[in-house]
Ligand binder design. Structure first.
Ligand code: ADP
Ligand code: MG
Length: 155
């Protein structure tokens, strides 16, 4: 399918879009969040996480690169933020391959470009761009996920 583009006018609208996206996700899925600092990646992660059943809002991690939150259905909400990755070799130590090929986790990755060739082949790409103080242009591109996100434009 082609890209879907949305515009939000506040952080809560971005969280609401995240909740809609979440209804199309399944355990095992990987979501890549691409965009500059302050673009709204973590805000989008919060919306997706709340819809999947996390109780606390996702934060921008200060120390850990990976935060796992257990979900009510027994699966895991996995938030990876590579902003503080200093050396790609850390990805090996982290077990990045296993973390992103885990069928019992829904995995969201901020700054995925820092993982370069270690990214999976199948993912949902969410690209966020600032379009004014509170406006964000958000493009969604499913890669290798068949037609699962087709009705997001209308749902
Ligand atoms: P990132 O994780 O991309 O660095 P954050 O989600 O942490 O970005 O921060 C985004 C900041 O922009 C927050 O302070 C948020 O309140 C603000 N903001 C303003 N408008 C929007 C919007 N439309 N969508 C998302 N965040 C917004
Ligand atoms: Mg962030």
């Amino acid at each position: 399918m082609s890209d879907l583009t949305f515009e939000t006018s506040s952080a809560s609208e971005t969280r609401a879009l995240g909740r809609r996206i979440a209804t199309h996700l399944r355990p095992g899925d990987v979501v890549l969040l691409h965009g500059d600092l302050g673009a709204g990646k973590t805000t989008m992660v919060q919306g997706i996480g709340m819809a999947l059943g996390t109780r606390e809002r996702a934060q921008s991690p200060t120390f850990s690169l990976v935060v796992d939150t257990p979900l009510p259905d027994g699966t895991v909400f996995r938030h990876i933020d590579l902003y503080r990755l200093e050396d790609p070799a850390e990805l090996d130590t982290l077990g990045f391959d296993d973390l992103t090929s885990d069928d019992s986790a829904t995995t969201l990755i901020e700054w995925p470009e820092r993982a370069m060739d270690l990214l999976p082949d199948t993912y949902l790409l969410i690209e966020l761009r600032s379009a004014g103080p509170d406006k964000r242009a958000i493009t969604i591109r499913p890669v290798g996920l068949n037609n699962r996100f087709d009705d997001l434009a209308t749902s």
